[in-house]
Ligand binder design. Structure first.
Ligand code: MIG
Length: 814
């Protein structure tokens, strides 16, 4: 007998095909709505074009002509400014003229092209269509001259052309393999670099599953949404730096971290008890290896209940933390989102009573299995829940803890989908949406809650949050580590492009587990990984349960010496690193940079990612294979100085570097000035008046270079009130003389350094006089209260300059 089910319309193939033919249709009218929104009404949908500021234009596909203009929480609403605009109608297209850009909307196809105001084409669209019900694709032109960067945390090489990725925060067992399409962090931000043409970015603001395909079409890339709608921001360059700066204005920039957060971190899954932790800390001190942080993994908790300590393993956390404090070492405990389902546990009780946990539309609470067993998950999309979660952190801050490690916050759940049920409905501050639509936001919102809570309790002290999951804008709240890599040489190599692209995607503060997390490291791998790792913005050694130990001394004195040498080197250049953190905070530019960012016209560097820059002055070329003592290093244009030997190399070519196990090839750009700590303390510390020397590397005759040095207390928010020093130094190099012009753009009032130390290594001439000009008068440095000395053996010149000026000119003469 035929039932009505047997004639269900889905059984009719003609009917299901319909959707594949969906397109926007042609534009029939345009309406200028409030807030500078231009609504281009097409046959099957409306496209909203909204200038955000002079460099950014938002495009949103409004389906069913529904006028939902909302953004995700990732967008900084302050980025929206008023922009003057004129709309012109032509026979075949509309043209929206903005101060720096123009947007062309074709009437027949509704395709949108972006031009520079002077008429140069920047981005050409090839269509918006729907491949299947509920998903929409936008296709844009690329060609032979195109290279694709960004896209957040992905495996593979630097250039993403030829790849295809999904954005869906995932905890996977074998994550760092070339074919993996999604990892823990999703940043749907693509940078299209075009040789000799302007670069631009596309930020697709959709927190559900999205896909970026740079593979399937030879002359186009596509981005696709699988829930919600296409809502993207076209971000103009023209240089890569401009794209990144503009993107970071849209999604926010990192705060300055406390000094200790950019020191060396030691972790293990898990340091099992109080004695082990203290022993570890004393070992660092005894062995003269600086360390700022020890992480506590899940075993510190009482049956994995967050906001508890295990009473047997850690009977007296306060005492332990106080003892560590005397050493200057901090604790960062792990906090996962799952709250143990336990009616006698306060956080579970409060979450239930106040309806803080994620639930289905029908009212049932989503319970998932994680470490504590059955657990509930706070709905971080609600501000009230974030406040509550933040409040719970008083438990940690009362113990003297200022840093938290967020793990499993994709969220990871031990079930077949590996995450929360997609039909959970997040309350989302009055704009309810399913987990399917908001999945990628969960982890970031947890870190946001954590950071804001810590800030509240820390009374002006800067917190530190480390997160595994994140979305665009995560940089505002937390640093990220790249999750469960393995002790493979391949993963050491892969960590470079991964962290470089995170940096290009707005997240400057990132790094891998040094030594590798899973599997077993080897002495040689630990040495090479530590050498490279100390130059990553985030620097933590971490390893899994039951793996071979990988603390810096785990393999005897030779490897220990190498680890010590490089961890100490990180601390020596801390003033330089910190200046780069300041740059990232101010501009969004990454700390660790691919060469393409600085040498965009050099065809050799488009996919170069086995070496990298730290800022623009240091080039680091790690050894990435076992039993290898030489490697090719590409030096871009300019002159480069071997950090260890002082040997000078002309750039624009490759050289062969000799690198026995204790040598990491490092090159300094000639003309650079690297502020460094010059003292032997176990752990020189930012903000504490440690002795800093500005080390200048002489540039080629006729060249000029500009460098800066940023300094503040590295502990509080006093910098926001202007309590910081920013010194700019312009150096010009001549035959037998060097001129240095110092300018303080801001000078700390609270603490005053009495003198400025400058060192010039391997000066090319014999100095006879050093003159200073303070406003009108030119006098010898000695007469101005300073001094200088020259070591004829090393050719090093040392200058001590009274630090009483705002502006000063100094000349070193033969
Ligand atoms: O693997 O908390 O990525 O760093 O040590 C299970 C235990 C859960 C995953 C993290 C890892 C951490 C581990 N966690």
């Amino acid at each position: 007998m035929q039932t009505s089910e047997s004639i269900h319309p889905n059984k009719n193939s003609e009917d299901t095909k319909l959707n594949n033919d969906w397109s926007i249709g042609s534009v029939v009218s345009v309406k200028h709505a409030g807030d500078n929104r231009f609504l281009f009404q097409a046959e099957n949908a409306t496209i909203m074009v909204q200038p955000v500021n002079e460099d950014i234009v938002r495009v949103k596909l409004l389906l069913h002509h529904a006028e939902d203009f909302s953004t995700t929480i990732a967008i900084e609403q302050a980025a929206f400014q008023s922009v003057s605009s004129t709309l012109e109608e032509h026979a075949a297209y509309y043209q929206l003229l903005l101060p720096k850009l123009s947007v062309v909307v074709h009437k027949a196809t509704a395709n949108i092209d972006f031009y520079h105001a002077d008429g140069e084409l920047i981005a050409k669209e090839e269509g918006v269509y729907s491949p299947s019900r509920g998903s929409y694709v936008c296709k844009k032109h690329m060609d032979k001259q195109s290279h694709i960067y960004g896209l957040g945390e992905k495996t593979g090489f630097l250039d993403k052309k030829g790849e295809k990725y999904d954005m869906w925060n995932s905890d996977v067992f074998d994550p760092h393999v070339p074919e993996i399409e999604c990892l823990y962090v999703s940043i749907p931000f693509l940078i299209h670099f075009q040789y000799e043409k302007p670069s631009y970015g596309i930020f697709l603001d959709n927190a559900g599953r999205t896909s970026f395909d740079m593979r399937s079409h030879s002359d186009a890339y596509t981005f696709q949404v699988n829930s919600g709608t296409i809502d993207y921001y076209f971000i103009a360059g023209p240089a890569l730096q401009n794209v990144i700066q503009n993107y970071s204005e849209l999604t926010g920039r990192m705060e300055l971290p406390p000094a200790w957060a950019i020191g060396y971190h030691q972790s293990r899954y898990s340091y099992m008890n109080q004695e082990e932790v203290l022993q570890l800390a004393y070992s660092f001190k005894e062995k003269n290896i600086p360390c700022d942080v020890i992480h506590l993994d899940i075993h510190y908790m009482d049956e994995y209940r967050v906001f508890t300590f295990d009473p047997i393993r850690f009977p007296n956390p306060r005492q332990m933390i106080d003892q560590l404090k005397e050493l200057g070492i901090r604790i960062v405990p792990i906090v996962d989102p799952g709250v143990k389902k336990d009616p006698e546990y306060i956080q579970y009780q409060e979450g239930i009573t106040n309806q803080y946990f994620c639930r289905k539309m029908e009212g049932e609470i989503f319970i998932g299995d994680v470490w504590p067993g059955a657990s509930a998950f706070p709905d971080f999309t609600e501000e009230e829940v974030r406040l509550w979660w933040g409040e719970q952190h008083r438990y940690y801050t009362d113990l003297g803890i200022a840093g938290i490690w967020n793990d499993m916050n994709e969220p990871a759940v031990f079930n077949t989908t590996k995450t929360m049920d997609l039909d959970v409905v997040h309350r989302n501050d009055g704009n309810p949406k399913t987990h399917r639509e908001l999945h990628n936001l969960y982890g970031m919102l947890m870190s946001m809650a954590t950071q804001q809570g810590l800030k509240k309790h820390l009374d002006g002290e800067r917190p530190f949050v480390l997160t595994r999951a994140g979305y665009a804008g995560v940089q505002k709240y937390a640093a990220t580590w790249t999750g469960d890599n393995r002790s493979f040489w391949e993963h050491l190599a892969m960590s470079i492009p991964m962290v470089l692209n995170l940096g290009l995607s707005g997240q400057p503060f990132a790094g891998p587990d040094i030594g590798g997390f899973a599997h077993h490291t080897t002495p040689e791998l630990l040495a090479r990984w530590t050498q490279a790792g100390v130059f990553f913005p985030y620097c933590r050694n971490h390893s899994v349960l039951d793996s071979i130990r990988q603390e810096p001394w785990a393999f005897g004195p030779e490897i220990e010496d190498i680890c010590r040498k490089y961890i100490r080197l990180r601390y020596e250049i801390m003033p330089y690193l910190y200046t780069l953190f300041y740059t990232a905070h101010k501009t969004g530019l990454p700390i660790m940079r691919p060469l393409i960012l600085e040498y965009a016209n050099d065809r050799n560097v488009y996919n170069l990612c086995d070496q990298f820059l730290v800022g623009s002055s240091l080039l680091v070329a790690p050894i990435l294979r076992p039993s290898t003592e030489t490697r090719v290093v590409y030096l871009p244009e300019g002159e480069w100085i071997d950090f260890w030997t002082g040997e000078r190399h002309a750039g624009g070519k490759s050289i062969l570097a000799h690198a026995p196990l204790d040598v990491l090839p490092i090159y300094v750009k000639a003309g650079a000035m690297i502020p460094q700590f010059k003292e032997d303390a176990w752990k020189p510390t930012l903000g504490q008046q440690s002795d800093v020397t500005l080390v200048l590397y002489e540039g080629p005759v006729g060249s000029t270079s500009s460098n800066s040095w940023y300094e503040d207390d590295a502990a509080t928010y006093a910098y926001e009130q202007g309590d910081y020093s920013l010194l700019e130094t312009v150096a010009s190099f001549h035959e037998h003389s060097i001129k240095l012009a110092f300018t303080y753009h801001s000078k700390r009032q609270s603490v005053v350094r009495e003198q400025l130390n400058v060192a010039i290594k391997q000066l090319s001439f014999l100095p006879t006089q050093v003159m200073v000009r303070d406003q009108e008068h030119v006098v010898a440095l000695e007469a101005a209260g300073g001094s200088w000395s020259f070591d004829a053996n090393t050719s090093e010149l040392n200058l001590h300059i009274p630090n009483t000026f705002e502006m000063l000119e100094l000349t070193i003469m033969a």
